[in-house]
Structure formats: C-alpha cells, structure tokens
Design a protein around this ligand. Structure first.
Ligand SMILES: NC(=O)NCCC[C@H](N)C(=O)O
Length: 387
C-alpha cells in the first residue's frame, strides 16, 4: 500500500493515499477482535503469509509465474519468465505483492489484496474463485489460485474448487449467502451476468442451494459490489443503502432456480428485492438504513462503507465508527454499541460468549475506510457452518 501514489492511485483503484502505519494498526485491531470472538488464535489467516507458505513448493512458484505471464501479456513478463521461476520463495513473494525484484522488470503492486473478500466466495463446501474485473486485481485472482491449489492447508478441498469459464468476471464481494438454500449475487461493475449464470449452474448442481437472486446494481465505483449496499447483521436484520436496495423496478431482481433440464433455469422477474428475499427466507427482514433517514447522510455513510458490516459471530457485528447514523439504527434495534478497544479490554481476562447480547463493534478505521472497503470486504470466511 506504500506504493500507491497520486499518479497511480486511480489505476490501482484507490481514491486516496492512506497513512499506512495507522491503517496497519487498525487492521491488527480488527483481527484481534475476530480472534477474541472466534475464541482461538488460529482464527485469522493472513493471505500474504499463506502465499509465502505456498511458495515453499516449486510447483506453486512455477504455476504462479506461468499464470502471471499469460494473464498480463502487455507487461511483457515472458521475457523474464525463467528468471522469475528461479527466484527464491521470499523474492517471488516480494515480487508478487509489490511488483518489485532485482530483475530488470517491474509491475504494479497489489494494494487491494487487503480486500480478501473479493478473491473468492465459499458456499457450503464449494469455493468459487474470482475472475477479477480489472487488471489492477488480476494478480489477486492468481494469488488465490496458488494458495488454494498449493498450500497444504487446502489439500483436501481440491475437488471443491469452482473455476469460472473464460470471459466472465466475478468478485466475491458480490456474493452473499442468505440461507443454506439461497444465494444473492450482485450484477455489478465487477460481476457479469455470465458469471452469475455459471455460479448458479454450479451451485444448483453441487450444493443444496436452490435459489439465486441476481440483483442489478448501478455500474459505478461507489457501489462496485453488492456488499457495498447490502450486508447481513443477523439472519433477520440487514444494513442497506436505501436508494439502491429499495429501488423496486422492472429487471432489478431476477430469481433463478434450477429447471431440472441441463443448461436451463427457471427465471422469475421480481419487482421488489425485499419481498423476494422475505419470501425465500420465509421470515420478515428488518432493513437498517445505512446513514439513517436522510439521503445525504445515507450517501456519505455508504461512501465510507456504512453498509459493509461484517458479522463475526452470532449477534456480533463490526463496522466503521465514522458511520454514526448507521450505528444509531443498530442501537435502536437493541445492539450495544462498543468501541473495538473497549471490547478487547473488557474481555482481556475472560472469554467472550457469542450470542449473549447483540453487539455492534466500532472500528475507528479512519485510514482503512479511505480504501473504499469495509470490514466485510477485508475478510474471507473459508468455512461455513449453519446454526
Ligand atoms: N467487497 C468490496 O466492496 N471490496 C472493496 C474493494 C475496494 C478496492 N479498492 C476496489 O476498488 O476493488
């Protein structure tokens, strides 16, 4: 992230230059909250460390270099393909993250790797790998490929990895698992309709998923993924950006179900996302408004990821503190609002019991929030259990 500059920031999908030291502290604090809630120190894995561990295998390094050379032909990396393959695990790791090495070639860094959510999506026992929509994030799709295929931790899931066909684009922030049978996918700036159909096909074939709701989003940067305007706080509460999520109109929400005939779906055009969701989940859903009742504040808080909360455990969600009105809405729903630091000091000498009360944890995140991604974007749950 230290390599994002005023001249390359747009290409690297950053609106601003972050104070990296503070951003790191904020990230560490967020991970400490996750570990406390999950209750063991192995709860949080760091993608950079997983990559370095995977690179201990020569096959992994070769695979990475070959995919990199193929995926970005304009970077002319083929000229140094053999040299890249000869780099040590540590040197190749440095090159993979920063684009720098001692070789006479340079490429862009991958500062968006912190938004691990977009690298893949896990639904039941399947892992759908991303097909990044932008060249700034293409290398991240290769990184997750290498980690999943070569890290010993993922040895047993090889047959469960879903690879999407060429030509479609998909980023994990567009996929939300609403229930064991229902998956929501944003048709966004980053995820193509072809990807939604391919994912629906795979999920209908290999998992208990029976319904995919495709949600049409404005194709704009501020709402690049579905999780920038809609996230679950609990099974019956969501944080939503009302101007987009309550915009009922023709073609906005398409319900896909399997038809029983290979390659065919039954489609059903839904005018209201809320009613489609409530019908599929068979319960009423409360929409907590990101930014409260006023349009101006809704826009301000959506911009700083007020609608991008992450549910760490039953009843415990985390979001950026600056989204004050969003937290007020959660308080009105019975959440106790607490700062991340206070949460950790309160439970310093005791275990946290998930579900004992509804907690909305505030992460200061003044630097992280300038990267255009919230706590959900910065996580990638790799296993799911239903309760
Ligand atoms: N799921 C998300 O919404 N991720 C945030 C990604 C932010 C990153 N700067 C990007 O533009 O891709």
């Amino acid at each position: 992230m230290e390599m994002v500059s005023p001249s390359n920031r747009l290409e690297l999908l950053f609106d601003d230059i972050l104070y990296v030291g503070h951003a790191k502290k904020e990230h560490l604090l967020m991970c400490a909250v996750f570990e406390k809630i999950v209750g063991h120190s192995d709860a949080v894995l760091q993608i950079g460390e997983l990559l370095l561990e995977a690179f201990q295998s020569e096959d992994a390094r070769y695979d990475f270099v070959e995919r990199l050379c193929q995926s970005l032909p304009e970077a002319n990396l083929q000229a140094v393909e053999d040299d890249l393959k000869r780099l040590s695990p540590e040197e190749l790791h440095r090159f993979a993250l920063t684009g720098e090495s001692d070789l006479p070639v340079m490429t862009l860094p991958v500062p968006n790797l912190m938004f691990t959510r977009d690298l893949a999506a896990v639904v039941h026992d399947r892992i759908i790998m991303s097909h990044a929509a932008t060249s700034a994030r293409t290398r991240e799709s290769i990184i997750i490929h290498v980690v999943l295929h070569h890290h010993p931790r993922f040895e047993d899931v090889q047959d469960n990895i879903i690879k999407l066909p060429k030509g479609v684009t998909f980023e994990g922030g567009d996929l939300l698992v609403a229930s064991p049978e229902t998956v929501l996918i944003g048709h966004s700036e980053r995820t193509s309709f072809g990807a939604i159909m391919a994912i629906a096909h795979e999920l209908f074939e290999h998992t208990p998923v029976e319904h995919v709701l495709a949600v049409d989003l404005p194709k704009i940067r501020a709402m690049m993924h579905l999780d920038t305007v809609f996230t679950f706080a609990s099974p019956d509460e969501c944080v939503v950006f009302p101007p987009v999520i309550e915009n009922d109109s023709f073609g906005y929400c398409v319900h896909l179900t399997a038809s029983g005939t290979e390659g065919k779906f039954v489609t059903d055009m839904r005018l209201s996302f809320r009613s489609a969701l409530e019908e599929l989940l068979e319960r009423e859903i409360t929409f907590v408004k990101c930014g409260g009742g006023e349009r101006l504040q809704q826009e301000r808080e959506q911009w700083t990821d007020g609608a991008n909360v992450f549910t760490v455990g039953p009843g415990a969600i985390i979001g950026y503190e600056r989204n004050r009105r969003t937290f007020e809405g959660l308080r009105d729903r019975g959440y106790r609002v607490v700062k991340a630091e206070s949460f950790l000091s309160y439970f310093e000498d005791s275990d946290y019991t998930p579900g004992a009360e509804k907690l909305a944890i505030q992460l200061a995140g003044t630097e992280l929030s300038r990267g255009r991604g919230g706590p959900r974007c910065m996580t990638l749950p790799i296993a799911r259990t239903t309760s």
